[in-house]
Design a protein around this ligand. Structure first.
Ligand code: EPU
Length: 487
């Protein structure tokens, strides 16, 4: 098991390129099961969730290869196997996305019911509801979803939203199944997330007939057969957002390249409200340097909601940023109301946060201090890394396999921007003893002294300004046990 060792307090500088989206590529990989022709993905990120999904596909009979340049080619079996067992599904909830394609292709699917995870209960009732609406018979048997549609699926009109709003993977699952159903399917209450749009565009390249992508009403006209295609997935908006927050939080000038600012408008708007200077163009976002001794972020509330509102996958990172803001802010999580594993760990570092139901009150500015902290889920881990970048002294983030699920070589890329961060072998005993959760208590905050508004620039389409080259990875060289980046 690895940990990150971070020396806080360094300014970042330079540019970093965003990877292909993890949450876009996982359903696209599931969609490869809809045809026996090859599907080529030039920019699948090399993260452990993708490797796990490829194992799931192998279990269903698919073959895949990744070229030296990172181009992934996946080819499903002429008749895919139709069982994805507990052993693969438990490791990654996203693998439930194979249900729709396998059912559509073979008229029978047995997929293990994913359990809960640290961010909450995460039911799949809406996936099941959608398959039933397409005419499938669905039963639960020994912890498995068993779905069959002898004679094939048939299109229908359905409402797919749930109590918490639309479902991203549920919409993806039903949309994939409906591509090979007889007749027309209309999904009302569909998820509008860019990852769903991206999947729909990939399916259309494969010969599907889908309209209404990006709206809550998606229409799918079933076809007899899909074919292979080449599809580059959208840039990872959550990775881009995390890097932008890293620049803002450290008061640094960094440029996040190859991203889609139009997928992150809510983050940029909240940063404008927080008076964190930045500007952006068609495919880049740049944070501006400022002196943190003179200026702090203005406390700014966020509420997570379905796209285009603030994404739950950036909630933890925003909270880390707000611990350093000048006053009190409120973070409210409405998608996964228990997604607060990072709170106690940020408090170990000196943050002053109080949970109240689905909200957290963050009282800044905290003088964060480096210590031992435990990664618990993917985005919580990212928040701890961000906190480590600004904390005084050394932060050790244990169990970084969580962050490896969705961020490719994050330590290497931050080190290239000048952060002092290294991956080292962890001592399992240290994990067991060093990271007792902090007590959630409130200490009085400093009276808020609001900074003078800084000129915040949001200049769509402005040509790129020249940027300094990335700083060398100093950290790896300093740490005797530091590992060379693995991938
Ligand atoms: N929900 C139901 N019933 C269902 C499905 C979902 O009640 O059948 C509820 C969920 O409990 C939640 C809400 O609906 O309250 C939305 O969940 P959704 O189904 O949209 O989540 P998901 O599709 O399982 C994807 C991402 C998550 C991201 C959410 C929300 C992937 C692989 N996962 O999950 O990403 O947080 O959408 O945007 O695409 C992450 O990357 O860290 C991550 C957790």
């Amino acid at each position: 098991m690895d940990k990150f060792v971070i020396e806080g307090g360094r300014k970042l500088q330079g540019s970093v390129r965003v990877s292909g989206s993890k949450n876009a590529v996982l359903p696209v990989l599931a969609a490869t099961l809809l045809t026996d022709e090859p599907v080529v993905i030039p920019n699948a990120p090399d993260v452990s969730d993708v490797r796990q999904m490829l194992r799931v596909l192998e279990g269903l009979g698919s073959k895949w290869e990744r070229s030296k340049e990172g181009v992934l080619t996946v080819r499903s079996a002429p008749v895919p196997h139709n069982e994805a067992g507990w052993d693969c599904v438990r490791k990654m909830r996203g693998s439930v996305a194979v249900l729709g394609p396998v059912l559509a292709r073979t008229q029978h699917a047995r997929v293990s019911l994913p359990g809960g995870c640290v961010i909450g209960v995460r039911p799949v009732d809406l996936h099941v509801k959608g398959m039933k609406a397409l005419g499938a018979k669905v039963d639960l048997d020994g912890g498995d979803i068993v779905a069959s549609a002898t004679g094939g699926l048939r299109g229908d009109e359905m409402y797919l939203g749930g109590a918490q709003g639309p479902t991203v993977l549920g919409t993806a699952n039903v949309m994939m199944a409906a591509t090979l159903a007889k007749g027309r399917t209309v999904i009302h209450g569909a998820a509008c997330e860019p990852e769903v749009v991206d999947l729909g565009e990939c399916l259309n390249k494969m010969g599907a007939r889908i309209t209404g992508l990006g709206s809550p009403r998606i229409e799918i006209e079933g076809v007899d057969k899909l074919h292979g295609c080449t599809h580059a997935v959208i840039p990872d908006r959550i990775e881009a957002g995390t890097l932008v927050i890293a620049g803002a939080m450290t008061g640094s000038k960094i440029r996040v390249e190859g991203c889609r600012p139009d997928h992150l408008m809510i983050l940029l708007e909240r940063m404008r409200e927080a008076e964190l200077p930045h500007h952006f163009g068609a495919d880049w976002i740049e944070t501006m340097a400022f002196d943190q001794r003179k200026k702090r972020a203005k406390p700014t509330d966020v509420t997570t909601l379905p796209h285009p509102a603030f994404p739950t996958d950036l909630q933890a990172q925003w909270m880390a940023l707000m611990t350093t803001a000048d006053g009190m802010s409120l973070v409210t999580e409405t998608i996964f109301t228990d997604r607060y594993m990072h709170v106690a760990e940020l408090m170990r570092m000196g943050a002053n946060i109080r949970r109240q139901g689905a909200s957290a009150i963050v009282m800044g500015p905290a003088n964060l201090k480096g210590t031992q902290v435990m990664a618990s889920d993917l985005r919580a881990s990212a928040a701890l890394v961000l906190a480590g970048l600004v904390a005084e002294g050394t932060t050790e983030v244990h169990r970084v396999y969580h962050i490896d699920r969705g961020y490719a070589r994050i330590e290497q890329r931050l080190a290239e921007l000048g952060a002092s961060i290294a991956r080292v072998d962890d001592d399992p005993d240290a994990i067991a003893t060093d990271t007792a959760p902090a007590k959630e208590t409130i200490t009085p905050t400093k009276p808020a002294v609001l900074p003078k508004p800084a000129a915040t620039q949001t200049v769509p389409g402005k040509p790129a300004a020249p940027v300094a080259k990335s700083a060398p990875a100093r950290a790896a060289a300093k740490k005797p046990k530091a590992k060379a980046a693995r991938r």
